[in-house]
Design a binder for this molecule. Structure first.
Ligand SMILES: [Zn+2]
Length: 437
């Protein structure tokens, strides 16, 4: 096998095995994949013709996986802060979306989101939004890995008139992406309160036939539970269970209101949970019982949610918040230690999306989706434990280089496939339009 590049770093944190830190090792890359991981001296002897890239003060980690976001909503960042979820959605976000969301909005919003995410070490995002075909094309264009949600809601939007059209447009996009190496699909019914039984049953059959994940907001707030009890006589989880939706392909986002019985049944089903701590805090939605879920054996990943409710797409920040919040919520300082938080932000996200054989850890055979984080600055000295510094002290501004499938999308803090000046100029144009409402 021809090795094109050796990435040599002070530390390599492969995430699998959990907690391992390798010093003075090299990742040997071949045609966009990790071919070998070995000590530097051995690497040079074994692959004398490979080009070398040295990261003498850095840790190489798997690219972060943002397991839940709404990329295009980055154009709504900061437009309606400090309101509860339903008021925020119905009085502010949904009317704005009704008026403005279309191909141009999604194109410019997705580019803005991807620029922010790549600069923060994120290599893969799981998206849920209208015009997913536009997000898919923009991701493919800039070389970022994405799982685009085939969104489904009961109500009409600029993208589709009703459930049948959402599903047929989604299936067309799934077909279009069938051979795309980086962009894949998931079914994305918005939430139990916005999708009725009949389309959910159709979606369940399609997801099973096409072997795709099902990505859904579930148990985000107390109000959602109450409304479901009134309308269906069931808590949302019970309803989804009756509809036979829970299973290893199910990706439940938020999950702030859970009984012990529900935690046990989620564990038994094999479903994943995406924890979005900052969005839950900002919307005062409640606390996801992460420590209990982990203890029960549930795969917990991390998402930022959209920048309209966060207000950033900073997975490193989210990882730290997840580790801290889990300790506070469970009154247990050992809940979600640093290495577990790092795994949530990488391999667990990959697993939730069915991509764990491809990404999420730095192991031979996997795709070269990598972030280099500089740890030799003031913020992370004297540096006893690289994983501790990465989770508890470092910030996304220390990410210097990012690769997706071996292609360098960030080089010494410069985006290589996106134009930040152009992106900011377009964001300013949207601001002028949206601020007048
Ligand atoms: Zn969301």
């Amino acid at each position: 096998m021809r090795i094109d590049t050796l990435l040599i770093a002070r530390w390599i944190i492969p995430v699998e095995p959990e907690g391992m830190v390798l010093e003075d090792h090299a990742l040997a890359l071949s045609a966009g994949r990790i071919a070998d991981l070995l000590p530097v001296a051995e690497a040079r002897a074994k692959y004398p013709d490979a080009a070398e890239e040295a990261f003498g003060g850095h840790a190489l980690v798997p690219g972060f996986v943002n397991a839940h976001t709404h990329a295009a909503m980055t154009l709504l960042r900061g437009i309606a802060d400090d309101r509860p979820l339903m008021e925020w959605l119905t009085d502010h976000i949904w009317p704005l979306e009704q008026k403005w969301v279309g191909e141009a909005f999604v194109r410019d919003g997705a580019d803005l989101a991807m620029a922010e995410m790549i600069q923060g070490g994120v290599t893969c995002f799981n998206d849920m939004y209208f015009f997913p075909e536009v997000t898919a094309r923009r991701a493919a264009r800039c070389g970022m890995r994405a799982v685009v949600g085939l969104i489904l809601v009961d109500f009409p939007t600029a993208w589709a008139g009703g459930p049948a059209e959402y599903l047929s447009k989604g299936l067309a996009l799934h077909d279009e992406l069938r051979s795309d190496p980086l962009v894949t699909t998931a079914f994305a019914p918005h939430a139990p309160y916005s999708v009725s039984d009949e389309p959910l049953i159709k979606l369940r059959t399609l997801a099973a036939e096409l072997d795709r994940p099902i990505h859904m907001h579930v148990h985000e707030t107390k109000d959602e539970i109450e409304q479901s009890r009134k309308q269906y006589g069931l808590r949302p989880i019970q309803r989804l269970q009756q509809l036979d939706l829970l299973g290893p392909a199910f990706v439940a986002v938020h999950m702030t209101q859970l009984t012990d019985e529900e935690i046990a049944s989620i564990a038994e089903s094999g479903a994943s949970v995406v924890h979005c701590p900052e969005s839950n805090l900002k919307l005062a939605s409640g606390f996801c019982p992460v420590a209990k879920l982990v203890k029960a054996g549930v795969n917990v990943a991390i998402g930022t949610d959209g920048a309209a409710s966060n207000n950033d797409l900073d997975v490193m920040g989210e990882m730290r918040m997840a580790a801290l919040l889990a300790k506070a919520v469970s009154s247990d300082t050992s809940a979600v230690p640093a290495h577990a938080a790092l795994r949530m932000a990488t391999l667990n996200g990959a697993k939730a999306l069915g991509l764990d054989s491809e990404i999420g850890s730095l192991e031979p055979g996997k795709s070269a989706d990598i972030a280099a984080v500089r740890l030799d600055g003031i913020e992370t000295q004297p540096l006893y434990h690289p994983i501790s510094d990465l989770v508890y002290a470092a910030s996304r501004h220390q990410v210097t280089d990012v690769w997706v499938a071996g292609r360098r999308l960030l080089k010494d803090r410069e985006l290589t496939t996106l134009n930040p000046e152009d992106i900011c100029r377009k964001a300013a144009v949207w601001r002028e339009k949206l601020i007048t409402v």
